[in-house]
Design a protein around this ligand. Sequence first.
Ligand SMILES: Nc1ncnc2c1ncn2[C@@H]1O[C@H](COP(=O)(O)OP(=O)(O)OP(=O)(O)O)[C@@H](O)[C@H]1O
Ligand SMILES: [Mg+2]
Length: 462
Amino acid sequence: MNTYNETVKPKILVVDDEEGIRKQLKWALSSQYEVLLAQDKQSALKVFKESTPQVVALDINLYPYSDKQEQGMEILEDIMSLDPRIKVIMITGNDKKEFALRAIEIGAYDYFLKPIDIEEIKVLIKRALYIQRLEQENEKLAKDLETRHKFEDIIGDCPQMQGVFAMIKKAAPTDITVLIEGESGTGKELVARAIHNNSPRKDKPFVIINCGAIPENLLESELFGHEKGSFTDAHAQRKGKFEMAEQGTIFLDEIGELSLSLQVKLLRFLQERVIERVGANQRIELDVRIIAATNSNLRKRAKEGTFREDLYYRLSVLGIHLPSLRERGDDILLLMNSYLNRFNRKSSKKIKGISKQAIKAAREYPWPGNIRELENKLKRAVILTSNSLISAEDLGLKPVENNQSKLLKEARQQLEIKFIKEALAKTRGNVSQAARKIGISRVSFYGLMKKYNIMSPNFTLD
Ligand SMILES: Nc1ncnc2c1ncn2[C@@H]1O[C@H](COP(=O)(O)OP(=O)(O)OP(=O)(O)O)[C@@H](O)[C@H]1O
Ligand SMILES: [Mg+2]
């Protein structure tokens, strides 16, 4: 379908077997619209496909197939399936109104009755075009909003995340080494993948290695490979992750865990783009892009001397800092809804949403495990809940008391303290008598004294 354009006349297709009606409509509408004509199903579909009109005026009752109104209905169904946003106005005789209503059920926009009232059809067409334009604008806004909220799978609307998206876009087309910093679960791997997937290397390997998960003595061979017999368990020659990533990207996760000796080897690769397998002195030249990640403050460690400063500068040619979930404001709502939709789809449950109280609790909670923790808590909640709304308890969070109930609770406590103190003063610290005075058991009275830290028998009223 053509998008609405003020300067070009909108196209209207008139489908009617009666030449008189075709001529009448063409004459009446031509000043405002480009009027296309068809007299049967075949020509209607042909013109529709070729000229993509915005509005179709369609006769339900197409002669010479007068015994079956189905012709008009068939055309309606066909063009609706070609373009669900098309506005079709049915033309019908007074005696065929029920067909017009059926057509509307199928998806026709409106109908009008013969004999044709030109003013009426002009109003109908104008309104159809107006509504169509609103629908298009809405669709575009919704799309813009959705794409603004995310970059690939990374959801984020807060300014910090918009900044992260901008950095990803800047880094992706280049070979620049990138250092991603952020607390655990903030999406470092997701960002690394997004950079790779948007880079010219996207069809080549993306190889991940977690420098913190592999014992130091094995890590070197894991990264750079080894020759047969280079150490006790080296039964055969083996390629390392760097070689596997040739022409692609290597993601060095938890780079802060790299030993000083491996830091030197990595630095050498960054300077000369060559590696050596363990137990070999042959230099292998490689074309590998490096993306590294850390959840510790590497700059600080470089300053302190626990991480090589020169390597730090080589790695952080472009630094991307991922904010914690606590710093992302309303993004938590976007993320919760997105996970809810995803887990709803996977489970047979149809959970409607997240309760206000749960959202409040989620906003208060500090999320030490960030997005990963949020994802896990929602997954668990969807599995466990039997409510239509996810509650704070379903998420394993403490419900937040609202201000009003907090105030009430405080007022009640003040009153209780006052009663107890007065009763004790009047009975000179005799708990049994004091309890009787305010009409509760001795045990409960003691309970309250303990709760409010009120002493007896040396009690005095202050
Ligand atoms: N902005 C986001 N939008 C949607 N999902 C996200 C976002 N950030 C992280 N996630 C999801 O959270 C989980 C953790 O992300 P990821 O593994 O990338 O974090 P990480 O920073 O590498 O964590 P760690 O430091 O623990 O390795 C993944 O399932 C990822 O898909
Ligand atoms: Mg990770």
